[in-house]
Design a protein around this ligand. Structure first.
Ligand SMILES: Cc1ncc(COP(=O)(O)O)c(C=O)c1O
Length: 408
């Protein structure tokens, strides 16, 4: 049985008091908190097992390598990849997307096009914008519909035989809407385009299966799913990764080097130049074990019930502007909104006085903000350790700050 109050006990940071109030952490779309087990495992990793991977023939180097490669298997299994060879360790989702942008560049020629959506996080926008400018190729941008959701009709209009790659978020980090990535992939493959799904907001937040989606690439960040910062992963179909050029060059990614020549290592190491984030990878594997014990379906259901509860209360407040994103359907626990009459940054500071941590800003999605007609929004995002009781406190805090501070 899912029990958020029991889960909370695993997260020491939730015992903190901020401005005399219990910390309410609602900035999970930005990064999640870490359970104690991750901190303990980090200590034991450094205290007992630390050595470089893939190099030593001595005991602790072999142990480190075994744990590192075991973590790769756990990720492959967690997202339904066919083989651990399809998992490349990166620093984060941003690096995973850049890896593809750089490696894909040599395949593109004049007349080719890339298709993204208007709501993409800058991490899945800027690499393609830059690539398009540098290679002189076209960038098509799918609009949002009046409910600020992915406009599938516009996608259908913009995709063509010239589209070589479609890069789209699984879940928007502004609206929380789950995008139709399976349908998008089918259509993209029909015209011969490859598909990259930015899974920064979905991995660790809902059940994910890359085979079911059918996508060619999938990017994720460990820090958004209980693991430390500085570790992420790229999934890529084996035959495609094999055909791509490496991203970074250096140690580990080579098979043989001579004065005049170099040949590449096999997958996945061909894309992992230099000493990797060994402990980050191992702890990402541990975070996956922790999430699997709770159950991804349970996590998704809990988040959904928090979302519905919060939206129901927020819709009843006439001073809350949900910016057109009021729907319940196919959505996870991310709510962007503004408090009428209060600048989002001021509102976030006032909420901090109540111990409530949430994000104010453009959420690295400036084209989306322009579409909404605002420079910034507030964003509340929930995870496994959040509760309805916290949402009640949040709703009361909103009422209080509006009463005291809204400009009338
Ligand atoms: C949808 C989406 N994509 C990509 C990223 C980038 O993640 P990272 O900064 O971990 O690379 C984020 C981060 O918020 C995100 O929400």
């Amino acid at each position: 049985m899912f029990n958020a109050n029991k889960i909370r006990k695993d997260f020491p940071i939730l015992k903190r008091r901020i401005n005399g109030k219990a910390l309410i952490y609602f900035d999970n779309a930005s990064t999640t908190q870490k359970p104690d087990i991750i901190v303990k495992k980090l200590r034991s990793q450094y205290g007992r097992f630390h050595a470089n991977v893939h190099r030593g023939v001595y005991k602790i180097a072999e142990e480190a390598t075994e744990k590192f490669e075991e973590a790769r298997k756990k990720i492959a299994d967690f997202i339904g990849a066919a083989s651990p060879r399809e998992i490349i360790f990166t620093r984060n989702a941003t690096e995973a997307i850049n890896l593809i942008a750089y490696s894909f560049a040599s395949r593109l020629k004049k007349g080719d096009r890339i298709l993204i959506s208007l709501s993409e996080h800058h991490s899945n926008f800027v690499p393609w914008l830059r690539l398009a400018k540098e290679k002189g190729i076209g960038l098509d941008v799918v609009n949002l519909n009046p409910r600020r959701n992915f406009d599938y009709n516009d996608f259908n209009k913009k995709i063509s035989k010239r589209t070589k790659l479609v890069a789209v978020a699984h879940i928007s980090n502004v609206s929380g809407y789950i995008y139709p990535v399976e349908k998008v992939t089918k259509e993209a493959h029909r015209v011969g385009a490859m598909v990259l799904v930015d899974g920064a907001q979905s991995a660790g937040h809902m059940p994910v299966n890359v085979k079911k989606i059918g996508c060619d690439f999938f990017a994720l960040s460990g820090h958004k799913m209980l693991a430390p910062s500085g570790i992420g992963a790229l999934y890529g179909k084996q035959e495609i990764l094999e055909s791509l050029d490496p991203f970074l060059s250096g140690g580990e990614m080579i098979r043989e080097v001579s004065v005049n020549d170099v040949s590449w290592n096999e997958l996945p190491w061909k894309f992992e130049a230099g000493t990797p984030n060994i402990e980050g990878a191992i702890l990402l594997g541990e975070a996956i074990d922790y999430l699997k014990k709770i159950g991804m379906k349970n996590i998704y259901r809990h988040k959904e019930s928090l979302l519905q509860y919060a939206l129901m209360h927020m819709r009843a407040l006439n001073f809350i502007d949900l910016l057109g994103m009021e729907g319940f359907q196919a959505r996870t626990a991310i709510i962007s909104f503004n408090v009428k009459g209060i600048h989002p940054h001021d509102a976030a500071s006032l909420l901090d006085q109540h111990g409530i941590a949430l994000r104010a800003g453009h959420h690295c999605a400036q084209p989306f903000m322009k579409h909404l007609g605002v420079p910034a929004t507030l964003r509340a995002s929930f995870y496994i350790y959040n509760t309805k009781k916290e949402i009640d406190i949040f709703i009361n805090a909103l009422k209080e700050i509006h009463k005291k501070f809204a400009f009338r």
